[in-house]
Ligand binder design. Structure first.
Ligand SMILES: Nc1ncnc2c1ncn2[C@@H]1O[C@H](COP(=O)(O)OP(=O)(O)OP(=O)(O)O)[C@@H](O)[C@H]1O
Ligand SMILES: [Mg+2]
Length: 318
């Protein structure tokens, strides 16, 4: 496998504190990686920093982000802009933020192509290409969609249009921030299916962040679990879902609603505040397996297999 994105020891934050702390993971070519964690754990902050779309007061404080052989933290704005929309595309939680309500869908496709395509493409060629892409995404009446404004389409349709738009220049990597959380469950699965197909048809790599373990279980190859700005467990989907090692990962899995009527189990307590520095494990105040040292020192990585690791004192001791 060939590495497309290599994030190493990434720290992101603002002048007062660090939000994302020493995060390391890789996305291989054609792979779908999902980062899960509860609201406020730093998922969007991490994702946006990859293509320098962070809020004004937030910046990369340390670490590397390598995309192919480019070091993204060192690229100037002009080069980054050329990369965004062409090689790396971002999909947001609310498709409305990606689509302009005042411009017809077909013209927005053309805007994307005009600014980012490697070669000159005519309006007519772009229309045909957009149509083919929308057909692949299971739209029936592609002419109608292309001639619509985004407010004339449903939320699920808009998200699939946003996906098609992200795909029009055949990027190598899609960064997706909660791409399905604004959608109802049946439309969620359509969007998930579409994303899985993108990988199958085009070999596109996807890095997705979400708080929804169910979505992750349906579509990713690798799961990273984030807590308090840190990755606390990383492994293949099967390893993490079948052999979760971090108490927080287990709690997240127990919190998945089941169809058998049993109540999902919540996680007591609240996440740590970013403005206070913590010497020990970020999960210690909520953990049921607490040891003395959990409060005092950050656990080192414990490798369960060569690709599955966890940040937990209990596992280090085994
Ligand atoms: N511009 C900012 N300035 C200061 N703090 C910020 C800024 N943006 C985010 N944060 C803080 O960073 C933390 C992580 O936020 P982030 O949006 O990355 O979380 P998230 O995991 O994406 O949450 P959600 O699932 O709700 O989208 C939060 O505590 C938030 O208050
Ligand atoms: Mg977010």
């Amino acid at each position: 496998m060939e590495t497309l994105l290599n994030v190493e020891n990434l720290c992101v934050g603002c002048a007062e504190f660090t939000i994302v702390k020493n995060v390391s993971f890789q996305v291989q070519k054609g792979q779908v990686v999902g980062i899960v964690g509860e609201s406020g754990c730093g998922k969007s902050t991490m994702l946006k920093s990859i293509v320098d779309l962070s809020d004004n007061n937030v910046f990369v404080q340390g670490g590397q982000i390598q995309f192919n052989d480019l070091e993204l933290t060192k690229l100037n704005e002009k080069k980054l802009r050329a990369l965004r929309g062409a090689e790396i595309c971002m999909i947001f939680q609310k498709p409305e933020t990606a689509l302009d309500p005042l411009i017809k869908v077909r013209d927005q496709f053309f805007e994307c192509v005009k600014y980012h395509s490697k070669s000159r493409v005519s309006k007519d060629e772009c229309y045909k290409k957009s149509k083919r892409l929308l057909e692949k995404l299971h739209f029936d009446n592609t002419d109608r969609v292309l001639n619509s404004y985004s407010f004339e389409l449903s939320g699920g349709m808009n998200q699939r249009v946003a996906l098609a738009m992200a795909m029009i220049n055949e990027p190598q990597l899609i960064l997706a921030d909660e791409p399905t959380s604004a959608l109802d469950v049946s439309v969620q699965s359509q969007v998930v299916r579409t994303m899985v197909e993108l990988r199958e048809n085009y070999g596109t790599s996807i890095l997705m962040v979400t708080h929804n373990m169910n979505i992750v279980a349906q579509m990713v190859d690798v799961i990273g679990v984030m807590y308090g700005g840190r990755l606390v467990e990383l492994g293949s989907k099967d390893e993490v879902l079948n052999y979760p090692m971090h108490p927080y990962t287990r709690a997240l899995i127990d919190a998945i609603p089941q169809m058998d009527g049993s109540r999902p189990v919540g996680i007591d307590g609240v996440p740590p505040s970013f403005s206070k520095s913590i010497a020990g494990c970020p999960f210690s105040s909520r953990c049921g397996f607490l040891k003395n040292k959990c409060d005092n020192s950050l656990p080192p990585m414990a490798f369960i297999t060569d690709r599955h690791w966890v940040l937990c004192h209990n596992e280090v001791a085994k």
